[in-house]
Design a protein around this ligand. Sequence first.
Ligand SMILES: Cc1ncc(COP(=O)(O)O)c(C=O)c1O
Length: 438
Amino acid sequence: MKTLATASKLALLGGTPVRNTPFPPYPNIGDEEKKAVMEVLDSGHISSFSASRQGFLGGERVQAFESAFAAYHSMAYGVAFNSATSGLHAAIAACGAGPGDEVIVPPYTFTATATAVLHHNAIPVFADIDPVTFCLDPRSFEAAITPRTKAVIPVHLLGHPAEMDQIMAIARRHKLKVIEDCAQAPGATYKGRLVGTMGDCAVFSFQESKNMMTGEGGMLISNDPELVEQSRMVRNHGETVIAGEARKYLAQTIGWNYRMTEIEAAIGLVQLRKLNGLNAHRQELARYLLDRLPTVPGLRYPAAQDQCTHVYNVFGMTYDERQIGISRQRFIQALMAEGIPVGSGYPRPLYHNPLFQERMAYGKQGCPFTCHLYQGTVSYAKGLCPVAEDLCAQSALWTFVVRPPATTADMDDIIHAFEKVIEAIPEIKEQDHATIVS
Ligand SMILES: Cc1ncc(COP(=O)(O)O)c(C=O)c1O
């Protein structure tokens, strides 16, 4: 291990921080994205969703982005949305999940993975995650299946693929639909297959913190033409338009306005071309860190599992207070004082939110949990998913700054700060003890 630490005084205890400047801003918007946006503005057409069959399918760039994104994944169809949240909602609807049905989701993910289920009045059932990948644990998933289960949403969390072979085998055995939530992992692979190509459909996010971004935006991909047509209706007021016929304002189902604009699609086309390079940049920075961060019992750094590639949307670590000797909060404070942005990740498993604890999604009567069509007894009890609860309460440690345009010089600051803080743990403990005693 190369040692960068200088045994200088911790910034937390009044010393000089490793770093005084912020990490480079993200996202990195290039001339290509700017030019693409200007071309849309100059064209005078910012949406182009309209009454004709062609317009029902979106503007020129929306359709080009859908085709290019589907082709990148060697899938038949792409359907662009204004967010992954709306794409997930459309996926739930298109998979036929609704009132009375249950959909299994992990609790260690962004809120939308579970609330998209509620958006269609189905009930999210939480299954625990794997402590190493932070993705859905296949055994916990299988144990959560009931006669009411309609679908499962494995999330490829922080950039690492979920254990898809086992998840797919269980889902097929129980005739469940599989919606991959790929918001945090575009371009990651599992046994040589891109995430998003293994389930019945998959949803991606292009919100601005993601590995490829359009500001806001989402995409559903699938090989199933019926599922795709249903999701297009959800995107566009439940209407279908028949080729060659005038629009009839004929709503076939409940729909929303989940449409992407030409501006986002134009940025998306550029970002998609850059995606492999952007991911490679993240992987190089991660490799640099993994080769140099101090090896200490109680700190585990992210690693791609066998036959998987990791695209590091977040550099997610685990922290064991008993082995390290100071609390996670104190360790974070010490790193932050050195100028390194780290945090504890998701603050609670999703089912600890009042939304689930008090079962209040719509109105004041507990809908949809109290819906008479729902015959199940879903539990949101504390202790339901111990691995996720432990990560939230005490062991996850995240940093977002392992991403372009950061350089290895930026990574050196992270390494230096980790070494400095780890070396000074006895001193922090002493200081904390003195504070308690006085
Ligand atoms: C795992 C996951 N799913 C869904 C979403 C929702 O994405 P969007 O913000 O595009 O609606 C996010 C966004 O952070 C996410 O991380």
